[in-house]
Design a protein around this ligand. Sequence first.
Ligand code: SF4
Length: 267
Amino acid sequence: MKKGLIFSIKRYSVHDGPGIRVTVFMKGCPLSCWWCHNPEGIAPGVESLLETRKVGDLEFSEPAVVGKYYSVGEILEILKKELVFFRQSGGGVTFSGGEPLLQPEFLKDALMACKDLGVHTAVDTSGFCPWPDLEKILPYTDLFLFDIKHLSDTRHLEHTGVGNGSILQNFRMLIQSGKETMVRFPVIPGINDDQDHLMRLREFLAGTGKGNITRISLLPFHKTGSSKYRKMGLPYRMEDTEPPSAEKMKELKAFFSETGIKVKIGG
Ligand code: SF4
């Protein structure tokens, strides 16, 4: 059975689906969003980085490896220790990234095994993948967390490195399949928060079959990943962008609530 390349496994996660969850961050993403706060998850291979550590006033650089191969069995061993929390909180496992569908065979095997164990499964995806890969995991995925970043193909290409054609097509087909889906909209000032785009997005979500969209999560831009760019020697293009205010997020919550879909600020 294929192994999966993973760069982090987070226990007690409460922002990636219902209840208390284990989030498995799979390495590799075909997008390169300007605001990505997990840049170490983008390259699809094991990487060696220089980590800076501070001891008192002294700074040391030491090599750190990002990415490790796990078998499905190893993932299950981690999940088995959390079953009691899953049961009590209605939680489960979320496969995130990176883009989990970049490793479709491993993802399918892992989801199947989690379902056999009776664990609730969620997949957090950019939606950028061939539809057959998404279709193959439908039977083993209880919930999709689906990112919609920009409805303009040109702006999507400019800010994420890929166009949105297949993403929106996959989104429509996912909604038609009847699978429970929560939409995640990262609110990125100056990129996707202009009134014209917000109106288009609200119309799109309201018209795409709200019955199966059980929530819209508005994810405010933040800069917590910026230091990782420095460590990795990558340019950070969001240095001059400030996070949206709490007031603005409240306004957006009211604005998207007019779709009739439940709206939450945060994951
Ligand atoms: S899709 Fe997500 S993981 Fe991939 S680059 Fe964008 S923000 Fe980062």
